[in-house]
Ligand binder design. Structure first.
Ligand code: GRE
Ligand code: ZN
Length: 326
């Protein structure tokens, strides 16, 4: 079945950001993954052809710009890496598109870079890797911070989605993981960190002020579809100062889209479909951290009615990004 995939990462060696991903692999596995992050038009495209993935929306690896705590460094690298992404899309625009990476360390610069990326480079929105480290490595700022009010207004005005992608919490600020390093990364901490960040956005009133803002979450929703009923159920009796117009389940079903990136598990997909509906779920792999082949073979074999399967494979993404559906 024809598919569009949209959490598909790249790295670059100029500026040299690809090395950020080395920590996620054993030294013997890293050279091949490094090469896969740097490649776009060869092995990646070959696999897309083999697996009926007609289009990939690229995004920079994580934490990417979000960990560059020096503001000027973040602004410069985001600009250069968005140019780099646009240049690669231009080589084969039928098969590739890209999200922008944004220097959230400087909210005005991030807003301008989003505008430039969408209007001048033709990128399809932004992918932000969670909180940003700002000015020093231990200061973290989440996207619900008031300094981002103009940024979110611009997201609404440009009418482009923002992919909220995982990063690890800082070791210095995560005593719950001390001595248990296997809890970091994509095994667990990524999802808890990102699901919590999404709840912060809901609780901040962002979607009351800007009902048109659309957030994409990977990994079948970073644990939220499983737990959202309980969160609302408890907040109804113990709101602890929460003051927003709707339930979190409402925001999840109204302002969020989910992808299958890195979560190739049919029971989890069916839970997500039951909670948010098949119109809000999109196929993705999370290449090259995950196997494009495993993602595609799992998805193609799922027994689901044809209408919903086609929407998840490509129809929802085509509609959300204004792509021609073919
Ligand atoms: C991801 O982008 O989702 C990712 C990483 C690093 C390791 C695993 C993973 O950035 O899924
Ligand atoms: Zn990813």
């Amino acid at each position: 079945m024809k598919k569009i995939a949209l959490e598909e990462h790249f790295g670059a060696s100029d500026p040299n950001i690809v090395e950020q991903s080395a920590e996620h692999f054993t030294p013997d596995a890293w050279p091949a993954r490094r090469a896969a992050l740097l490649d776009i038009h060869e092995a990646r495209l070959q696999q897309m052809d083999d697996l009926e993935i007609e289009k990939v929306i690229l995004s920079l690896l994580a934490p990417g710009i979000q960990s560059l705590h020096d503001r000027a460094h973040a602004v410069d690298w985001a600009h250069r890496l968005n140019d780099y992404a646009a240049d690669h899309v231009a080589v084969n625009p039928a098969r590739f598109a890209s999200f922008a990476a944004l220097p959230m360390q400087d909210p005005d610069a991030a807003t301008e870079e989003l505008r430039r990326s969408v209007k001048e480079l033709g990128l399809l929105g932004a992918l932000i890797n969670g909180f940003s480290q700002v000015d020093d490595e231990n200061t973290v700022v989440y996207l619900d911070d008031p300094r981002y009010e103009d940024f979110w207004a611009t997201v609404a005005e440009l009418d482009v989605p923002v992919y909220l992608h995982p990063r690890d919490p800082l070791v210095s600020q995560s005593p719950q993981y001390d001595g248990h390093p296997w809890l970091y990364g994509s095994s667990w901490a990524f999802s808890v960190e990102t699901g919590t960040h999404a709840l912060r956005l809901m609780g901040s009133g962002l979607f009351d002020r800007h009902p048109g803002v659309r957030i994409i979450l990977g990994h079948l929703g970073e644990l939220l579809p499983f737990n959202i009923w309980r969160t609302d159920h408890r907040l109804a009796v113990a709101p602890r100062g929460l003051d927003v117009e709707h339930s979190f389940g409402h925001y999840l079903r109204t302002n969020f889209y989910l992808t299958t990136s890195g979560n190739f598990r049919t029971p989890a997909l069916l839970n997500a479909i039951q909670e948010v509906g098949a119109d809000r779920i999109m196929f993705s792999a999370d290449y090259p951290f995950e196997s494009m082949e495993e993602a595609a073979r799992w998805f193609d074999a799922i027994e689901l009615n044809d209408r919903d399967k086609e929407k998840i494979a490509s129809g929802n993404a085509a509609r959300l990004f204004g792509l021609e559906s073919g």
